[in-house]
Write a protein of this length. Sequence first.
Length: 479
Amino acid sequence: MEPRLVQAFAARGPIRTIGVVGMGYVGIPSAALFADVPAYSRVIGFQRDSPTSGYKIAMLNRGECPLVGEEPGLANLIRKVVRAGKFSCTADFSRISECDAVTLAIQTPFRNPRDLEPDFTPLFSAIRATGRHLTEGSLVVLESTVTPGTTAGIAREILETESGLVAGKDFGLAHAPERVMVGRLLRNLREHDRVVGGIDGPSTGRARELYLPILTKGRVITMTATAAEVEKTAENTFRDLQIAAVNQLALYCEAMGVNVYEVREGIASLREEGVTRAILWPGAGVGGHCLTKDTYHLERGVALRSADLDWPEGEKSLYLTARAINDFMPHHMFHLTESGLARVHKSVRGSTVAILGWAFIANSGDARNTPSGVFRDLVVAAGGEAGVHDPWVDTEPGVEISRDLDAVIGGADAVAIFTGHREYSALDPARLRAVTGRVHPVIVDGRNVIDPDAFIRAGWVYKGIGRGDRNGHAIVTPK
Ligand code: SAJ
């Protein structure tokens, strides 16, 4: 006798109508790709008609893309599927009842950047709205990054309570984490392997059936729902760990008078099969909305099962230590600035510090959880003046960001490079020193984008992350 859920899927027949809840940077390209699959007859995008996002409904129904920034191919694909009548958007969640499968891609931001508690409210209300209109034989897939245990736990409970149906018997439930990068959404969704985990075998199989048609190069990797949640949070935890490992090495190299980039080149040269070292790059800190939170999701997931965890007595989680090291880097940039100013008998108090780069990542306008913000707060708290330059970021609430480099550097006692924007790799040391109007201005390189010797020769006091070989240099007064 086939399990009840297999029978329910069979009675429903192949997936034809798909619901995508959350018209954001994941939901929109997903919906467009599903709608472009001939085997799928219709895709309905569900979006709350809220003051901040309701406008997307009308835009999408006109075949327009509401996402800002360059997303190759996306605008044309949306226009194509809307004109073909295969994709439409609505705020009417009762139409979930028409869907054979429903995916939810709702942001899980922090309540506030300090307390690292994720705000699941938007996601849970979307799950509730989905449950209210769920029908027998359908499939629900969570795509948001969540704490391991959420899909098979609270999400399942909400869906069952709202629908009166039983997960694993009347409807399928799975987790399929997104791993897209802004600027390459369609490519990532088509080409990245897709992790898919159901609460049971039939749910996994049905979710695999859902995603397979949109993959061009990627394959589907199946596992349980909780394993898929662990995989997603761990893939970013491991990246954060790799960055922390090289940041720690940079701090050690500074203390031992060594150039971390020479050391890094040697380590990276080990490329033989099985002995490769995936050494990344030290820097002024780790920002963004992935690496700054996913470790805490993973830690929260295991904390819920701590009774079953075997762990060395008194030892802190390696992953939380990595977070602490990466979060220390903007503080280290502040210490380098202080020691640079001290060499010319100045302190941060009463000094002007120019911050070059507000975005958390090079050549981007994305400033979410930027380390530059931590540094700016430290300068202001110490009684300094902070100016910010960034050629990519438009606006930031409460922060004045200038696109005029000379205006920000003019009168600066110190300049701190926080983001590796391409505009900062060709700075002219002599000209910039003249712009500061200082005899020995301080430059602190947080992304290894300038030539220390060129700036030292031009009369700057140089400090760089990982540059133990230069940070104590003799001060030169150009002729
Ligand atoms: N960073 C370093 N050193 C490095 C790499 C990054 O300090 O060697 C810093 C960056 O300056 C930035 C932060 O870490 O402040 C994050 O950089 P990132 O390149 O990891 O960019 P994210 O945060 O957009 O990470 C995303 C993630 N993708 C998803 O979650 C879908 C991550 O899993 C990807 O590995 C990463 O993009 C990527 O590889 O591009």
